[in-house]
Design a protein around this ligand. Structure first.
Ligand SMILES: Nc1ncnc2c1ncn2[C@@H]1O[C@H](COP(=O)(O)OP(=O)(O)OP(=O)(O)O)[C@@H](O)[C@H]1O
Length: 279
């Protein structure tokens, strides 16, 4: 369980000024829940994830994981990043087993545990391959196996699929949903992609920007596994897009001028429209 209570975070800009990245953010993620944070660039998603991960400890408010205040990384939390961070000199098996080796787990056991997770991400045929021999999607699968092998209670995922092409991304989303349905890890998932958030999540927290706040929560009440073609999924995508439009306008106006307006009905309500891009 993750509890974030009244969390604010400012970054120093000059000696006298500070940028308020997060302002009184509160939410709870229950054990076994999959929750996404969605919001425009710069709204503070990664800052929030870094605080929950324990990478950054200077902030106001309170963050608890499984009832304990977060004091640093570890303690049942594992982070998966967009950059998979595989070791190029290790093959798939040794990349996945690396964290267990650090813990002093004997070779036989760590290989058995690593192979089990490699199987769960469908890479059993590629255990001997090195990262340069793998596609982007396969590398991200290795990164997921490497996280799962540590048997964390909590997975923190910072745009893990952002660098992948649309088809590979969709396949990995479905595989992640499948893994989550089997393991019921508690997941905090960051994305820019509306469809990805809706497909994967039990709840989507939409953030507003400047300063970062939770603007609205959407409980995704669609049958699992979620399907992109499901009318309920479309319904949530549309509602989230409406909520986000205001925030996107704010970001674009900040960047290119104050008279900018997103054209009304700029997001067509067609079944094959792709809400995965553009924010
Ligand atoms: N170490 C830092 N020092 C100063 N400002 C920072 C620092 N880290 C983040 N910021 C600022 O805080 C704000 C939030 O950044 P953050 O990376 O959390 O946003 P984000 O929503 O994850 O963005 P993106 O979706 O583009 O990754 C941004 O304006 C960013 O410039």
């Amino acid at each position: 369980m993750i509890e974030v209570k009244q969390v604010s975070k400012a970054f120093a800009q000059t000696k006298k000024t500070a940028y308020q990245a997060l302002d009184l953010v509160s939410f709870t993620i229950n054990k076994g829940e999959f929750v996404s944070l969605l919001g425009p660039s710069g709204c503070g998603k990664s800052t929030l994830l870094n605080l929950v991960a324990g990478f950054e400890t200077a902030y106001d408010g309170e963050i608890r994981v499984n009832g304990e205040p977060v004091k640093g990384p570890g303690a049942g939390k594992v982070v998966v990043f967009q950059e998979h961070g595989l070791f190029p000199w290790l093959n798939v098996l040794d990349n996945v087993a690396f964290g267990l080796k650090q813990q002093g787990i004997p070779k036989k056991e760590r290989h058995e545990r690593a192979l089990e997770q490699i199987k769960s991400v469908h890479l059993s045929k590629f255990v001997d391959r090195y990262p340069h021999e793998l596609s982007g999607g396969m590398k991200q699968r290795v990164a997921i196996a490497r996280a799962l092998v540590m048997e964390p209670d909590i997975l923190l995922m910072d745009e893990p699929f952002a660098a992948l092409d649309e088809q590979t991304r969709y396949i990995l989303q479905k595989d992640l949903e499948d893994i989550w349905l089997r393991t019921r890890k508690t997941v905090l998932f960051i994305t820019h992609n509306i469809r990805e958030a809706v497909i994967l999540s039990d709840r989507v927290l939409v953030m507003s920007t400047q300063p970062g706040r939770i603007k609205q929560e959407f409980v995704i009440q669609a049958a699992r596994p979620h399907h992109a073609g499901d009318a309920m999924i479309h319904h949530y995508e549309n509602r989230i897009m409406e909520t986000l439009s205001e925030e996107l306008e704010k970001v674009v106006r900040e960047e290119i001028g104050h008279d900018y307006r997103i054209a009304k009905n700029a997001v067509p309500d067609l079944p094959d429209r792709n809400l995965g891009i553009g924010i």
